[in-house]
Design a protein. Sequence first.
Length: 67
Amino acid sequence: MSTKEISRLVVLLAVLVFGFLLIVKLIQGTAGLVGSLFNLILGIVVAVALICIVIWMFWYANKKRKK
């Protein structure tokens, strides 16, 4: 093997390794984004549920007080 062939092999190997690392990082980033989106949706659902519970409590207390 000549020096030119060895350098091509090293460059090809480096490109393959960096390409694999890039794909892994993209998958990790996507998973993190999906997890964050799930947390955001869950937080909104919990906040809306709490607001509904408070509104219902005041409505129920107001209804019971009038009788």
